[in-house]
Design a protein around this ligand. Structure first.
Ligand SMILES: NC(=O)c1ccc[n+]([C@@H]2O[C@H](COP(=O)([O-])OP(=O)(O)OC[C@H]3O[C@@H](n4cnc5c(N)ncnc54)[C@H](OP(=O)(O)O)[C@@H]3O)[C@@H](O)[C@H]2O)c1
Length: 279
C-alpha cells in the first residue's frame, strides 16, 4: 500500500504488537503516542486526542489509520469523532476498534462512533473485540498476586481474545481492501468462566488462585481503593452485566477470516506470559 499507516495508542496493549506486525510486513508506520517517541523501530508521531492541533501533522503522508480509545477515557464520541472527521477529510481509511456488543443499541456511545464512521464516506473496517486475555496481566494482576480474581462476572463465560490476535486482525484490515465496509466481532477460540481461568492461572503460576464472584458494589469499592476513579470504576462494573447474561460467550471465526490463523487460546496466552504472571 502506498502511504503510511498511522497507529494510535502505539505503545498500548494492541498498538505495540500492531506496530511490530506492520513493521514485519514491511509497511511504513507512524506510531502515535503523546510523547511521539519511536516504537519498535517505527517512526514516532506526537498525538493527543484532546489536542486537535496534533491531528494534522500525525495524518501527514498517511493512507490508513488504526483508531482506538485508550483505557480510562470515558467520552468515545467527543474524543474519537473529531479524529474520524480529520481522517475522512483526508480520505484516510479508518480501522476502528470498539468493543463486542456495542451494536446492541444505537444509543451506546461506541456505536455512535461506529455510525459516524459508516456515514463519513471514508473507507473503513470496524473491529469489536471481546474481553482481552491481557487483562489478567493488567487489571486482574494485583488480585492474582493475592491469590484471588474478584470480579462481578457471576458464572458467565467469555471467549477471551489475545491482543496479538486483535493486532493481527487490524494489520490485515489496514493493509488490504478486502474487508472494507465490514464490522467483525473478534473472539478467542473458546468461552471460559473466571473460575476456569483461575484454574489455568494456578497451573501456570504454581500456587492457588481462586475466583471470587463479588457484586458490583464490592467491585467498585475494590477498584476505587486501588486508586481508580469512581466514575470509571462504575463503568467497568457495568461491563460485567453482559458477561453474567452470557452475551460474551459466543465464538466467531473473524480472527481466522482476517488473519488466516486460528485465535490464541487463553491457556496458551497464559503460558506465553508465565514470567510476567509470576513476577
Ligand atoms: N480490555 C478489554 O478487555 C477490552 C475489551 C474490548 C474493548 N476494549 C477497548 O480497548 C480499548 C483499550 O485498548 P488497549 O488496551 O490496546 O489500549 P491501552 O493499552 O490502554 O492504550 C494506551 C495507549 O494510548 C496512548 N494514549 C493514552 N492517552 C492518550 C492521549 N490522551 N492521546 C494520545 N494517546 C494516548 C498511550 O500512549 P501514551 O501514554 O504514551 O500517550 C498508549 O499508547 C478501550 O478503550 C476499550 O474500550 C478493551
Amino acid at each position: 500500500m502506498s502511504g503510511k499507516v498511522l497507529v494510535l495508542g502505539a505503545t498500548g496493549n494492541v498498538g505495540r504488537p500492531l506496530v511490530e506486525r506492520l513493521h514485519a510486513l514491511g509497511q511504513a508506520v507512524k506510531a502515535a503516542s503523546r510523547s511521539g517517541q519511536p516504537v519498535a523501530g517505527a517512526e514516532g508521531a506526537a498525538f493527543d486526542y484532546r489536542d486537535p492541533a496534533t491531528f494534522g501533522p500525525a495524518f501527514e503522508g498517511v493512507a490508513s489509520a488504526y483508531v482506538m480509545l485508550p483505557t480510562g477515557y470515558m467520552d468515545p464520541v467527543g474524543l474519537l469523532v473529531p479524529v474520524i472527521e480529520a481522517a475522512a477529510a483526508r480520505k484516510v481509511k479508518v480501522v476502528l476498534q470498539t468493543a463486542l456488543g456495542v451494536d446492541a443499541d444505537d444509543a451506546i456511545p461506541y456505536r455512535q462512533v461506529e455510525l459516524a464512521l459508516e456515514r463519513s464516506g471514508t473507507p473503513y473496517v470496524i473491529l469489536r473485540p471481546n474481553w482481552f486475555s491481557d487483562n489478567f496481566l493488567t487489571f486482574w494482576k494485583p488480585g492474582i498476586d493475592h491469590g484471588v480474581i474478584a470480579v462481578p462476572a457471576g458464572e458467565g463465560k467469555s471467549s477471551f481474545i489475545d491482543a496479538r490476535d486483535i493486532a493481527g486482525s487490524a494489520a490485515a484490515a489496514l493493509t488490504s481492501s478486502r474487508f472494507d465496509g465490514r464490522a467483525f466481532n473478534l473472539t478467542g477460540p473458546e468461552a471460559l468462566g473466571y473460575a476456569e481461568a483461575a484454574t489455568l492461572i494456578s497451573q501456570v503460576v504454581g500456587r492457588p488462585v481462586a475466583y471470587n464472584p463479588i457484586d458490583d458494589a464490592a467491585f467498585v469499592a475494590l477498584l476505587t481503593g486501588a486508586g481508580i476513579g469512581g466514575e470509571y470504576a462504575s463503568f467497568l462494573a457495568s461491563l460485567f452485566y453482559p458477561v453474567r447474561e452470557g452475551w460474551t460467550a459466543g465464538v466467531t471465526d473473524s480472527v481466522e477470516q482476517l488473519t488466516g490463523r486460528k485465535p490464541i487460546a487463553l491457556g496458551v496466552f497464559l503460558k506465553d506470559h508465565a514470567a510476567a504472571l509470576k513476577a
